[in-house]
Design a protein around this ligand. Structure first.
Ligand code: PEP
Length: 252
């Protein structure tokens, strides 16, 4: 059975004491939640990852990085390697977020390299993709998503998909307060599963968790998560408040 997952992308928010405070709040909220077949993940900034690993040790909360560099090591000033992350106990990474694509020029090609590095180092990858507003308005969203997945992921072996979590995030819904309707999310998620079935097989397609991301809040999470091909969410803004994030976890 594929896993349900709620992941919080903290982006460039929370200094050390705010990180401690938010984790303490989350642990407190999570005490009253019974999780079945569900993973809860938080992705603090690089500098606070080690602290987050320590603070979540006795809890069911897992810690993810927001990025990694594809090279093993070397002259890449300011970058972080898979080995560095693994050495502090992090083995999940978000790759391909639309903000990294837009502001840091990440392409399908560089993302394919990052995914390969992550998989080779034993990481789970939360791979983000999704269309821009103009692409949806031009009814080109299915083509865009298909090419993002083909270019970045479909050279991987079937086995590698044990470590891949897909996060469909229509760019027009990220941080905008505009959410794709539950039906729009379901339609795209079913399409993504059909692509996986075509590129690999139906068993693999049924086993991959596909998250929806884009202005998920306590008020809309239940409806979105009720759709059969939506296995959870990647949450931005609402993951910065313990109460909101745990309400979203309860909706799964
Ligand atoms: C995100 O950044 O991945 C995201 C989904 O953000 P928000 O929930 O704020 O739209």
């Amino acid at each position: 059975m594929r896993k349900k997952i709620v992941a919080g992308n903290w982006k460039m928010n929370n200094n050390l004491s705010e990180t401690n405070e938010l984790i303490a709040g989350l642990k407190n909220e999570m005490n009253s939640i019974t999780l079945e077949n569900t993973r809860v993940v938080i992705a603090p900034s690089f500098v606070n990852l080690q602290q987050a690993v320590v603070e979540t040790k006795e809890s069911s909360i897992e810690v993810s990085a927001q990025n990694l560099h594809q090279a093993k090591n070397g002259a890449y000033t300011g970058e972080i390697s898979a080995d560095m992350l693994a050495s502090i106990g992090v083995d999940i990474v978000i790759l391909g977020h639309s903000e990294r694509r837009a502001y840091f020029n990440e392409t399908d090609e560089s993302l394919a390299e990052k995914v390969t590095t992550a998989i080779e180092n034993g990481f789970d990858v939360i791979f983000c993709f999704g269309e821009q507003l103009e692409e949806r308005e031009a009814e080109n969203h299915f083509n865009v998503v298909e090419s993002q997945l083909k270019n970045a992921l479909f050279e991987l072996s079937a086995d590698a998909f044990d470590k891949i979590i897909l996060a469909y995030e229509p760019v027009w819904a990220i941080g905008t307060g505009k959410t794709a309707s539950a039906d729009q999310a379901q339609e795209m998620h079913a399409f993504i599963r059909s692509l996986l079935a075509k590129a690999y097989n139906t068993e693999l397609a049924d086993s991959v968790s596909i998250l929806y991301g884009g202005s998920v809040k306590p008020a809309n999470a239940k409806e979105i998560f009720s759709k059969p091909d939506v296995d959870g969410g990647l949450i931005g803004g609402a993951s910065l408040k313990a109460k909101d994030f745990s309400e979203i976890v309860k909706s799964i």
